[in-house]
Write a protein that binds this ligand. Sequence first.
Ligand SMILES: [Mg+2]
Length: 388
Amino acid sequence: MEIKEIKTVQLNVPSSGSSQTPARRPSWAADAEVANPMSKYPQYKRHRSSWMPNWGVVYVKVTAEDGTWGLGQTSFGRPVAAIIDDHFAPMLVGESCFAVEKISDMMFRMSKPYGSLGLTACAMSGVDLAIWDLIGKIKDQPVYELLGGAVRDKLFAYATGNDTDWQIELGFEAVKLACPYGPTDGLWGLQENEKLVDQTRQLVGDNVEIMLDCYMAFDVEYTIRLAERLRPYKLKWIEEFLIPEDMDGHVQVRRALDWVSLASGEHLYTRWPFKQMIEKRCLDILQPDVFWVGGITECVKICHLAEAAGLTVIFHGGGLHQYGLHLSAAMPNTPWVEYFVGSPPGVPLSETRQIEGETIPEQSWIKPNSGPGFGLHIEEEWLTPFWD
Ligand SMILES: [Mg+2]
């Protein structure tokens, strides 16, 4: 069956009209300071929203010649939509909609003149996810079956965010903190970071795992100093401490810190930098993002590379959507998923999801749905052209 059309779209889900439970307080995500790569510039330090682009979600609709359609998703708005609509779409119409490897390879190769990483890999992801959804709908099977069948019927979900008390109330048994301060905050920042981890350990006790996400904010020296300071609190892992391009820095941190697990990868694109990270044994846990790295097809390759090296993959944000859940259910080395909790404490997680077919964690465990494709109930009339 051939691909008849590929185009970017917006998704407008009608409001359910049901009232929402009042929040007890605003979410941590609204105002909490999070150390980041721009923290060194005082005018942009306070909040990441002060320097992030206003590029929103891009949905991709791929339609087969019989009219069946699949929906993919990615980030970073207009530049990504332009790569898809101006370049990838006209080249891929007429290809077999089952040829996921060929289409993935074509997108990677045809983007060589302007680069295949970053925004291009996001564009690749949107198209690839739509094709997997389309194949599932044509074959009337969930994507985890297309990937070889479920390895596990439920996935352990950890919570990300700094409303730890609420996450514990929701039943999560592992929590990840966003680290507030970095090198420009000096000794005071080190003390404050330790205080946050100390208070969190006191709050959750010894039977809940704690992780620390550093969002590319540190250098080698700061990473080692902070990690040594936090050693008594038995972190499960330290995440994304350096900018992703600093391969030698990762090697240096690994040599210095052989007693704590190191995780990263949400800002690595395609399997190629993952291959290098694996070969250099820099990381224990790889965290590709299925919306950004190149889609399901690329993630499967990363999982297999990691498996051959005895490493674990935990997809960035992988518990928050069916794309990551179907993938994580089917891969051999993906036992955990990340569930970002950015909604305000007091509002049940079920009220934060809009689309029928989305699933939520219960007591730290979550399942993918079993519908065809990614199993989401989306009406075709909810899709409108992206470029309006
Ligand atoms: Mg992260």
